[in-house]
Design a protein around this ligand. Sequence first.
Ligand code: DX5
Ligand code: ZN
Length: 216
Amino acid sequence: MKLAASILAADFAHLARDVQRVEAMVDLLHLDVMDGHFVPNLTFGPPVANALRPHTRLPFAIHLMIERPVRYARQFRVGSQDSITVHVEAADPPDEALRVVRSLGCKAGISFRPGTPLEEVLPYLDSVDLVLVMSVEPGFGGQAFLPGALDRIRALRREIGDRAVEIAVDGGIGPENVRAVVEAGADVIVAGSAIFGKTDPAAAARELWARATKRS
Ligand code: DX5
Ligand code: ZN
């Protein structure tokens, strides 16, 4: 398992500081880019992500919750360890968006809303490095985990077969359910409030590791 800390729940006035606090305890940073159209919330875009880039060695997993990923993807400074994930429901055709993302030399991901049938992402399994399963309606941190995600993870795991495609799961994950998400077949756990929403984010990340891996 890999653990990704979602900066949506960090202090945006002290992003570099907050990220450095958890750097030793997580594998990735998850960056939620929202445009106020695809989801009813606004966060940040390429200038903030690019400004944060020199302050951490952690790979960036950029989650684009925006209508026009093709227009903006090229503005992110990314390397081979970083990823950009687009939504299958966005206005741009997923094939084109994934091609643009790949042309940047980073990993490519596809995501889908909890209400979107799994079948809609299956045509892209040969053109992505990861599938991001949303376990909340995209747009806000701190929501409750939708249990239907567990069956979707299991079904996706079967569909992926022996392809080198990771399953990341995003939304509502905390110490109480991280084990179930990993057992269902998640490779990457995304956690925002369960890490940055706590007074000691590094200890909170350590707790997630302990709960995810403890023998039952
Ligand atoms: C929701 C975002 C998530 C969010 C998760 O739209 O995609 O990445 O940060 O936050 P928590 O872990 O608080 O549910
Ligand atoms: Zn996200």
